[in-house]
Design a protein around this ligand. Structure first.
Ligand SMILES: Nc1ncnc2c1ncn2[C@@H]1O[C@H](COP(=O)(O)OP(=O)(O)OP(=O)(O)O)[C@@H](O)[C@H]1O
Ligand SMILES: [Mg+2]
Length: 426
């Protein structure tokens, strides 16, 4: 049996000035009868890139569940078929089936599959080429938010389907798509996954929530994390539960809009308030949509100042976490964040600012585990370690522990210690 799904006449979140997810989410049928699936894009006259991008995880999932999928479309100028092609989405199967593969779309219509640190870097450098002309503070602020959301989707939103005979791929990557709307000078980006969703993830730590929207609102609070309740002796406690708190506060400062959809819950962070809604149609995972006006905000941004302000606010609000902060050890599995070749300096800097320095200030003992890391050049290790070593001085020898390093990594680390700890003798 073949199921034919027609894309509606308009496939967009935006309806005049209103943002509405139901017209888009209504399209997705999550309980298809077995058989083939044909998606007809030609019945749609106007689509927006972020909405169209959601088709990708959808057909990935259907394909892995055993449906043969065909996307049917013309490619005339301005049609959704052309937009689909511009994003490189026609390569959806290659991207799903080959881990090293990603979408080969137009640089101005980036669509990126996110499954690991390597894709994370790809997304960050793609954002970078987009934001090059912006104010430097804008650029770093945007990078900050995007990386928080990418961390979330990698850490909490991984998706898989049950194993089937003849199908050895089981995991469904997350996606990020972004687009600059020239006319009103807005940058829109969407990050989506088909993971367990915010409610279920939080319920690993907290009592059941009444509905999805309440869970999303709760996730925005400082020091709330689904990971606090997990029994992961090896890498637990790496999350502070402040990513969404800080990002959503920055969004407000930027006078941007952030929409979080998970299950049938929707929470909208706007410059003036936070509102919630229960949708008619659910997304079985999490979607974050951000719309940012790039026109001058009038006020000068300062990322570092904003971060310290929001971190202090998070600390003041006290701990909501079941069991957070109980351990005095912070265990960093380098391979999980930076891969086999830990060499991206930008990423090291972000990690240092975002995770390492706060942990040092909290007085933690930091355990760096280099298992499965083949190389880590001086530039990378220095970006990661030097500031902390300088801050701690001689105490760094006690507070930093290194495991499973190759000889060359160990030597480089020793060198960084020498360079950054003042000579006390003499
Ligand atoms: N994509 C997602 N899928 C499922 N759950 C999510 C997703 N994003 C966030 N969450 C839930 O919301 C919680 C809060 O997210 P937040 O980013 O604020 O904290 P964290 O990721 O746990 O910690 P930190 O960001 O400080 O490392 C997460 O712990 C998780 O339970
Ligand atoms: Mg997070």
């Amino acid at each position: 049996m073949t199921t034919l799904l027609h894309l509606p006449d308009r496939f967009s979140f935006r309806n005049r000035d209103l943002i509405d997810f139901d017209p888009v989410l209504r399209f997705f049928d999550w309980s298809l009868p077995s058989g083939d699936l044909v998606v007809d894009l030609d019945t749609c006259r106007r689509a927006n890139y972020q909405a169209l991008a959601l088709l990708v995880p959808y057909i990935w999932r259907q394909r892995l569940l055993g449906h043969a999928v065909v996307i049917q479309s013309r490619h005339d100028h301005g049609t959704p078929g052309q937009q689909w092609a511009l994003m490189g989405a026609k390569g959806w199967w290659q991207v799903l089936s080959k881990e090293a593969e990603n979408f080969k779309g137009n640089v101005y219509k980036p669509l990126i599959a996110i499954r690991n640190a390597h894709n994370f870097n790809l997304a960050m450098s793609s954002i970078e080429s987009y934001t090059q002309g912006f104010d430097i503070e804008y650029e770093s602020t945007l990078r900050y938010i995007v990386s928080e959301l990418l961390y979330n989707t990698i850490e909490h939103g991984s998706a898989s389907v049950p194993q089937r005979i003849g199908q050895n791929i089981q995991s469904i990557p997350s996606i990020i798509q972004f687009n600059w709307y020239k006319d009103n000078n807005e940058l829109h980006f969407l990050i989506a996954d088909l993971g367990v969703g915010i409610k279920k993830h939080l319920e690993q730590t907290y009592p059941a929530f009444e509905d999805h929207a309440s869970a999303i609102e709760y996730a925005l609070k400082p020091r709330v994390s689904g990971t606090f309740g997990m029994n992961r002796p090896y890498d637990a406690k790496n999350n502070a539960g402040v990513g969404l708190f800080i990002s959503s506060n920055i969004i407000r400062k930027l006078r941007a809009d952030m929409y979080l959809v998970s299950g049938n819950g929707l929470v909208h962070i706007s410059p003036v308030d936070v509102t919630r809604k229960t949708l008619e149609h659910a997304w079985p995972g999490t979607i974050v949509l951000i719309m940012m006006r790039l026109s001058k905000t009038g006020e000068k941004l300062n990322l570092q100042r904003m971060l310290s302000e929001f971190r202090e606010a998070a600390a003041r609000e006290g701990s909501n976490g079941a069991g957070d902060g109980q351990t005095n050890e912070y265990h960093i599995v380098i391979h999980n964040y930076f891969g086999r070749y830990a060499e991206n300096k930008q990423e090291a800097i972000h990690f240092k600012d975002r995770r390492l320095m706060p942990a040092i200030h909290e007085g933690k003992v930091i355990v760096f585990d280099f298992a499965d890391v083949e190389s880590a050049p001086h530039s990378f290790l220095n970006a990661l370690l030097a500031e902390g070593v300088r801050a701690l001085g001689l105490k760094a020898f006690k507070r930093f522990k290194f495991r499973n390093t190759t000889t060359s990594i160990r030597e480089t680390i020793d060198y960084i210690f020498d360079e950054n700890i003042p000579d006390t003798e003499g």
